[in-house]
Design a protein around this ligand. Structure first.
Ligand code: F6P
Length: 366
């Protein structure tokens, strides 16, 4: 009897709602329908570099009930690039090592033919390099609440983040109105304003600030004052964490961390202080942060994640390694991973959605 096909699956980078739904879909189609073996690798690529190796065979029972659960049953990290792997010595010094060869060896020992890699741009870059330089077979599934991967119209996780942010903005409305305050709410999104743009429109914000349209604080204050003059004594300002004043840098907690990506933070505080200074109005800041990433996925994201997971198995079945599933219009298709990692999808300031917001009287501060 021929041996069952064996594949690995891992989640890399920051978590986002819908990861478990992808894992479930992969296992349901690959194990239950096709009779393959699926190995879940712990904590992104790190599970293959640990001693002992941390992988587990996944079956129908392992994924029962996880469609609705947030996070990832496999764990994840954004500090595990096998080509640039951080190792800490007892004195706390961190040095970086190329451990990609160990990863190849681990897959050979486990007899895993290839990997389904669920991740954002960072994880896809690693997957692409593993494929080109080490000959590892990979299929990619794009995830991120930021929705900034150009090759796909939508990443799962984004819709949930927008829903959570919209709900928060709704809640801030009533308290803003009661106290005649300017409520400034910060949402994630790194250097793209998708979450701020969509939740801001859906939540009826008065001002939306996104990295793609640097703002002038005076323009924002004029909007707040115009509202006051019209008897609307409160305002809601939605700020993407990467938003910045014209000619200035974004706000960072740590611009050059020892490892990982620069950490954004403080954008809303900066705007709130500017408004309070210019208008004398009372301002309050709410930073939604990781609330946008936690909890279960929306119905939309459960569906998209399930379609992505099933399509990823379909690519493996056809032997179409090196591709990433992607939503194009209404259909799930696939694109070469190499192509997918090149462009970040930013908000186009002349986009129809931005125009719609402007027609609704929303100020972008530009
Ligand atoms: O990329 C997803 C994201 O949530 C960004 O929106 C945010 O800037 C970043 O990750 C936060 O990363 P961490 O979880 O490492 O703080």
């Amino acid at each position: 009897m021929s041996k069952a096909k064996k594949i690995g699956i891992l989640t890399g980078g920051g978590d986002c709602p819908g990861l478990n739904a992808v894992i479930r879909a992969v296992v349901k189609r690959a194990v239950s329908r096709l009779g393959w073996e699926v190995y879940g690798i712990r904590d992104a690529f790190n599970g293959l570099l640990s001693s002992p190796i941390r992988v587990e065979s996944l079956n129908r029972d392992s994924v029962r009930g996880i469609l609705t659960r947030g996070g990832t049953i496999l764990g994840t990290t954004n500090r595990g690039d096998p080509f640039h792997f951080p190792l800490q010595s007892p004195d706390g010094t961190v040095t970086y090592h190329d451990r990609s060869g160990e990863l190849v060896e681990a897959l050979r020992i486990l007899e895993i033919e290839g990997l389904i890699v669920i991740g954002g741009d960072g994880t896809m870059k690693i997957a692409d390099r593993l494929m080109r330089e080490k000959g590892i077979k990979v299929v990619g599934v794009p995830k991120t609440i930021d929705n900034d991967i150009a090759a796909t119209d939508v990443t799962f996780g984004f819709n949930t983040a927008v829903e959570v942010a919209t709900d928060a903005i709704d809640r801030l409305h009533s308290t803003a109105e009661s106290h005649d305050r300017v409520m400034v709410v910060e949402v994630m999104g790194r250097d793209c304003g998708w979450i701020a743009l969509h939740s801001g429109i859906a939540g009826g914000a008065d001002v939306i600030l996104i990295p793609e349209i640097p703002y002038d604080i005076k323009v924002i204050c004029d909007k707040v004052r115009r509202r006051q003059a019209a008897g609307r004594r409160f305002s809601i300002v939605v700020v993407a964490e990467g938003a910045k004043p014209k000619g200035q840098d974004a706000s960072f907690i740590d611009k050059k961390p020892k490892s990982g990506m620069p950490r954004l933070g403080g954008a809303a505080q900066r705007v709130a202080e500017g408004i309070a200074h210019e208008t004398g109005m009372e301002t309050r800041v709410t930073v939604l942060g990781h609330l946008l990433r936690g909890g279960g996925p929306s119905g939309y994201d459960r569906l998209l994640a399930t379609r992505y997971g099933s399509a990823a198995v379909g690519l493996v079945k056809k032997g179409s390694w090196g591709r990433m599933v992607a939503l194009r219009g209404t259909q799930v298709k696939s694109v070469p991973i190499g192509e997918a990692i090149h462009d970040q999808k930013k908000v186009d300031p002349s986009d129809e959605v931005v125009e719609t917001a402007q027609e609704m009287g929303i100020e972008f501060g530009g």
